[in-house]
Design a binder for this molecule. Structure first.
Ligand code: SF4
Length: 706
C-alpha cells in the first residue's frame, strides 16, 4: 500500500494526514506524526475520512441544462466551458463586468483561490468575488486589522502549552476544533494551576471543562470584555508604561468602559458580578494570558467589535507575542486563511492588500501585468446574493460551497438562485441543495485527489498532495478556473489571456502567489513545494533566505499599523440585532456537532459519524419543554420571522431556560427543511460584512401528528 501526505479537509486546525491507498482508492488514513498541528492525532471526523471517499456519490462529468424546466444532460468539458464563457461574455457585454459574480469557499486550496481571484479582478475587471469565509472569519480579520494593523493571528498552538490563563470566548473547540482542544486538555493536565475561562451561552463540552463558565446572554460579549477591562483598570492590572509606548487610543476606551461596571455588565450579560471580577483578576494576574475565539464572536452584527474588545484585554496588560500570550482566533474552515492571503474576498487583493488602497491596486496590476485593478468595491456574500435576487448580478459562479444551506435567511437565497439567469456550480458532490439550482455543474477533484497548499489557524502552510486520480472527468479547481479564463478571455478579445493564465501546474500558481507577498507582512518568498516537503509545514512569514517560519508576531511591540502602534477601539455596545419578545420568546443559537462538518456532503457518508447525534433536533431546557406541555422527543415547529422548520425537541441541561440550540449541519430535502438558516437573519457587521448567523428570536409549538 502506498502512502501520501495531505491535510484533513475539515476544520482550521489543519491536521496532517497520511493517506494509505493502492493508487486508485483510498484504503485508510492515519494522523501524520510529523505534522506540528496534530503530531499524529486525528479526531472522529479526520479518522473516518477514508469512509467518505466514495466515488458513487461524486459528480463525474459536466452537466448542462438548456432551460430551467429541462433536466441537465451530460456534455463535454469543451461544450461546458464554451457555454459558460458565452453566457458570461454576453452578460458582461450587455450589463458590464459587475453583472457577474463568483462565490468561493474556504475548502478550496490557496492555488484555486488565487486563480479565481485573478480571473475576476484581473481578467473580467469585477471585484464581485467573495467566499463562504465571509460567514466564518471576516470579523476576526477586521478586528485584527483595526487593532494590530494586519490580518495576522499572532499566536501558535504551542502557546496552549505556555499560557496560565486561557479565555475561550464564543468557541467550542471540544467539538469544532477537537485536536486543538486535546492539546488544551493536555496543558491543563500538566499544569493544573492553569485557569480556563469559557464564555458561551451554552454549557458545551468546552465550558464543562472550564474553571469558570460565564454563560452570558447572546450578543452581550462586549459588555463582558469591557467590564473585565474596567476591573483591570480599577485594580491596577493595566500595564500603563507598555500601553503608552506601544498603543494608541487607550484614553477613549478607558472613558468608554467607565460605565461598564461589573454590576451593570452582570445585569446585561445575565451572569454573576463576582464571576466577572474573578475572570478579570485571573487575566490580570496571569503571566501569560491567551484568548481564543471563533464563530460565537465572529457571527454577529458587531462581530468586529467583539474581536477588538477581546484583543484590548491583551493589549491592556501588554502581553502579546511572547510564549503563551495574545489574542488567537480559531479558523473555521481548513483554508479560510489561505483565501485571505491571496485576496479572495471582495474587499481584498493578493498578498494582504486592500482594494480600497490605490497603491495596493497599482502593485497588483503591476504584478499581473494589467493596466489596472477596478476600484469599485465588490459585493460581499450577503450583498452578492441580494444583488442576484434584485437582478443586478445575472451570472453567478459558485465553487465548492453550498449557499442554499449555509447562507442566512434561506428563503431569500432560494429566490436569488431561482431568479439568476445562469448559475454555474463547480463541485465534487452532486447532491447538495445548491446543485438543484445549477444550470451548469462542473465536476471537481476533492480531498486525496488534488495538490496545492493550505494555511491553518496558526498561519502554518502545508503542501498537500494528490494520492489518487479523481473519478470520471473531474478536474482540479484551479485548472477549471484557468480553463474558463482562457475560454472567456478569447471571447472578450483579450490577447493577454494566455500570458495571464500560463499555469502548467499548481506549483506555478503557488510561486506567483508567493511573489505577490514579497515584502508584505506574510512574505513567503522563501517557500516552494520542495522547501515545504523538505522542512515540513511552515508558519508565515517565511521570506527568501529564511530557514524557518515565525511562531509568534509582535514580540518587539511593533505593529503593522502606520504608526507602528497597536490601536484600542471603542466598541459598539449594541446587543443582538433581533430581540426576543412575547411572540418569539426563545433565544436561538446555532453551532456545530462533534462528528459532522458543514452541510454533511462528506461526513454524511460515514455511518459511524451518526452515532453521536443521528438526526436534526432543537435542544431546549427541560423546563421550557415541560412548560409548553411537551415531552422530550416530541416533534415541534420552530418559527422565526423568516421561516419555519420542524424538528424533534431534545431536553438538555446544557441550555439555560429561554434558550434553544440547533446544529447547522442539516439542510433541506424535497419534503421539508431542518436547516437552522431558515430561521437566521441576514443583518451584517458594518466593517466585516459578516452576517449574524448565531442568533435569532424563535417560538416553538407542538406538531400534532394525524
Ligand atoms: Fe480534521 Fe479538525 Fe479533526 Fe484535525 S481537528 S482531524 S483538522 S476535523
Amino acid at each position: 500500500m502506498a502512502e501520501t501526505k495531505a491535510t484533513c479537509p475539515y476544520c482550521g486546525v489543519g491536521c496532517g494526514v497520511i493517506i494509505q491507498h493502492d493508487g486508485a482508492r483510498v484504503i485508510e488514513v492515519r494522523g501524520d506524526p510529523d505534522h506540528p498541528a496534530n503530531f499524529g492525532r486525528l479526531c472522529s471526523k479526520g479518522s473516518t475520512l477514508h469512509f467518505t471517499a466514495r466515488p458513487e456519490t461524486r459528480l463525474i462529468f459536466p452537466e448542462l441544462r438548456q432551460g430551467r424546466a429541462e433536466p441537465r444532460a451530460r456534455v463535454s468539458w469543451e461544450q461546458a466551458l464554451d457555454t459558460a464563457a458565452d453566457r458570461f461574455a454576453s452578460v458582461i457585454a450587455e450589463h458590464g463586468p459587475d453583472a457577474v459574480g463568483f462565490y468561493l469557499s474556504g475548502q478550496l486550496l490557496t492555488e484555486d483561490y488565487y486563480v479565481f481571484n485573478k480571473l475576476a479582478k484581473g481578467l473580467i475587471a469585477t471585484n464581485n468575488v467573495d467566499t463562504n469565509s465571509r460567514l466564518c472569519m471576516s470579523s476576526a480579520v477586521a478586528a485584527y486589522k483595526q487593532t494590530l494593523g494586519a490580518d495576522a493571528p499572532p499566536c501558535a498552538y504551542e502557546d496552549f502549552d505556555h499560557t496560565d490563563c486561557l479565555l475561550i470566548a464564543g468557541a467550542n473547540p471540544a467539538f469544532a476544533h477537537p485536536i486543538a482542544f486535546r492539546r488544551i486538555e493536555a496543558a491543563k493536565a500538566a499544569r493544573p494551576g492553569m485557569k480556563i475561562i469559557v464564555v458561551d451561552p451554552r454549557r458545551t463540552d468546552t465550558a464543562a471543562s472550564a474553571d469558570l463558565h460565564l454563560a452570558i446572554l447572546p450578543g452581550t460579549d462586549i459588555w463582558l470584555f469591557n467590564a473585565m477591562l474596567h476591573v483591570l483598570l480599577w485594580e491596577g492590572y493595566v500595564n500603563m508604561p507598555w500601553v503608552r509606548e506601544h498603543t494608541e487610543g487607550f484614553e477613549a476606551l478607558r472613558e468608554a468602559v467607565r460605565e461598564a461596571t461589573p454590576a451593570t455588565a452582570a445585569q446585561i450579560c445575565g451572569v454573576n458580578e463576582a464571576d466577572i471580577i474573578t475572570a478579570a483578576r485571573w487575566w490580570g494576574e496571569a503571566q501569560a494570558p491567551l484568548s481564543l475565539w471563533c464563530m460565537g464572536l465572529n457571527q454577529s452584527h458587531h462581530g468586529t467589535h467583539n474581536g477588538t474588545a477581546l484583543i484590548a484585554l491583551s493589549l491592556a496588560v501588554g502581553k502579546i507575542g511572547t510564549p503563551g500570550c495574545g489574542p488567537f482566533s480559531l479558523t473555521g474552515q481548513p483554508n479560510a486563511m489561505g483565501g485571505r492571503e491571496v485576496g479572495g474576498l471582495s474587499n481584498l487583493l493578493s498578498g494582504h492588500r486592500d482594494l480600497a488602497n490605490p497603491a495596493h491596486r497599482a502593485e497588483v496590476a503591476a504584478l499581473w501585468g494589467i493596466e489596472s485593478v477596478p476600484e469599485k468595491p465588490g459585493l460581499s456574500a450577503v450583498e452578492l446574493f441580494e444583488a442576484v435576487r434584485e437582478g443586478k448580478v445575472k451570472a453567478l459562479w459558485i465553487a465548492c460551497t453550498n449557499p442554499a444551506h449555509s447562507m442566512p435567511q434561506q428563503a431569500l437565497i432560494r429566490e436569488a438562485l431561482e431568479k439568476c439567469e445562469f448559475v454555474v456550480l463547480q463541485e465534487a458532490y452532486a447532491n447538495t441543495e445548491t446543485a438543484a439550482y445549477a444550470d451548469l455543474l462542473l465536476p471537481a477533484l476533492t480531498w486525496a485527489e488534488k495538490e496545492g497548499t493550505v494555511t491553518n489557524t496558526e498561519r502554518r502552510i502545508t503542501h498537500v498532495n494528490a494520492a489518487i486520480p479523481g473519478p470520471g472527468e473531474t478536474r482540479a479547481d484551479w485548472a477549471i478556473a484557468r480553463d474558463f479564463a482562457l475560454c472567456l478571455g478569447a471571447k472578450l478579445g483579450r490577447k493577454d489571456v494566455h500570458r495571464l493564465f500560463a499555469y502548467p501546474n499548481a506549483e506555478s500558481v503557488f510561486l506567483e502567489h508567493a511573489e505577490s507577498t514579497r515584502d508584505r507582512d506574510l512574505d513567503i518568498t522563501g517557500l516552494s513545494y520542495a522547501v515545504l516537503d523538505e522542512l515540513g509545514p511552515q508558519q508565515w512569514p517565511f521570506p527568501a533566505g529564511a530557514s524557518e517560519g515565525r511562531s509568534r508576531l509582535y514580540a518587539d511591540g511593533k505593529f503593522e499599523t502606520e504608526s507602528g502602534k497597536a490601536k484600542f477601539v471603542v466598541p459598539a455596545t449594541t446587543l443582538t440585532s433581533e430581540a426576543i419578545d412575547a411572540r418569539y420568546p426563545l433565544r436561538l443559537t446555532t453551532g456545530r456537532l462533534r462528528d459532522q462538518w458543514h452541510g454533511m456532503s462528506r461526513t454524511g457518508k460515514a455511518a459511524r459519524l451518526y452515532a453521536h447525534v443521528d438526526e436534526p433536533r432543537i435542544e431546549l431546557n427541560k423546563a421550557d419543554i415541560e412548560r409548553r406541555g411537551l415531552r422530550d422527543g416530541d416533534l415541534v415547529s420552530v418559527k422565526s420571522r423568516r421561516g419555519k422548520v420542524v424538528l424533534r425537541a431534545y431536553a438538555t441541561e446544557e441550555i439555560k431556560p429561554g434558550h434553544a440550540f440547533i446544529a447547522m449541519h442539516w439542510g433541506r430535502n424535497l419534503l421539508s427543511s431542518s436547516g437552522a438558516n431558515e430561521l437566521t437573519l441576514n443583518t451584517v457587521d458594518p466593517f466585516s460584512k459578516q452576517p449574524e448567523l448565531k442568533h435569532a428570536a424563535v417560538q416553538i409549538e407542538k406538531v400534532d401528528l394525524p
